[in-house]
Design a protein around this ligand. Structure first.
Ligand code: NI
Length: 246
């Protein structure tokens, strides 16, 4: 995208509210986060520090800080020569991404469950109840993330929590764009109720096992979905060969 087009695009998506210095980092981070999550800023969009600083009438420092926060949440990736760009959605590395999530989230559950209180369980329950009736795919992604976060809420290891949050953010973005085509749904809700029931009973090993099943179900669905999409877009001649190979 040419510089002038990119500036016009950023203005359209983010506005150009002139920000007081003390709020700049937080507001810029929030604006970018919501635009990335709802797809207004698609994967691969370049986020140049100077352009954003000019847009909001601030120095580069708060912009750099905001981008760093978003990078820690896996929403932004820093590429050599290109600088910060909006991170890609989970794609062919979905299996690896979920394998790591299983590690991090199992540990987070183990640390959190003994410390969870009635308020945490109530929040988790509310999220599942809302998921039962929600039809908006972007809200479903958010509620799913909030449900899982409620069960990890008491994890005392802050670094671990940042990794957990990054994984959940990544999944939320993916679900937002693809959930309608993936045919998860009822099965996933059964998992959620089971996770809550086991966590409330403080059955740590059983909760962790239920989480493994839940995340494996998701990774299987994503893998199947991506494979079917790849088959759709492959040229016909290749597809024929592909079928023979398979
Ligand atoms: Ni879930």
């Amino acid at each position: 995208m040419r510089k002038i087009d990119r500036e016009a695009f950023l203005y359209e998506v983010l506005g150009n509210e002139q920000l007081p210095a003390h709020l700049a980092r937080t507001v810029i981070e929030e604006k970018l986060r919501s635009a990335i999550l709802d797809g207004r800023l698609p994967s691969g969009t370049a986020l140049r520090q100077q352009e954003l600083a000019t847009l909001f009438g601030v120095s580069r420092m708060p912009v750099r800080e905001a981008l760093r926060q978003l990078e820690a949440q896996s929403l932004v990736r820093v590429q050599l020569h290109k600088g910060a760009v909006v991170a890609p959605l989970i794609t062919e590395d979905a299996v690896d991404a979920y394998a790591l999530r299983i590690l991090f989230e199992s540990e987070a559950l183990r640390l959190s469950i003994p410390l969870l209180d009635a308020e945490d369980y109530a929040l988790a329950r509310q999220c599942i109840e809302k998921l039962e009736i929600e039809t908006d795919y972007s809200r479903i992604g958010t509620l799913n993330r909030m449900f899982h976060m409620a069960l990890y809420a008491k994890t005392p290891n802050k670094r671990l929590m940042r990794l957990v949050e990054a994984g959940l953010n990544e999944e939320e973005r993916f679900l937002r764009f693809n959930l309608s085509a993936m045919g998860l749904g009822k099965l996933v809700q059964d998992d959620h109720w089971q996770l809550l029931r086991l966590a409330e009973a403080r059955e740590i090993d059983a909760t962790v096992e239920a989480l493994h099943n839940h995340l494996n179900r998701a990774v299987n669905a994503i893998t199947r979905y991506l494979a079917s999409k790849a088959a759709e877009t492959r040229p016909r001649r290749q597809r024929k060969q592909g079928t023979v190979d398979a």
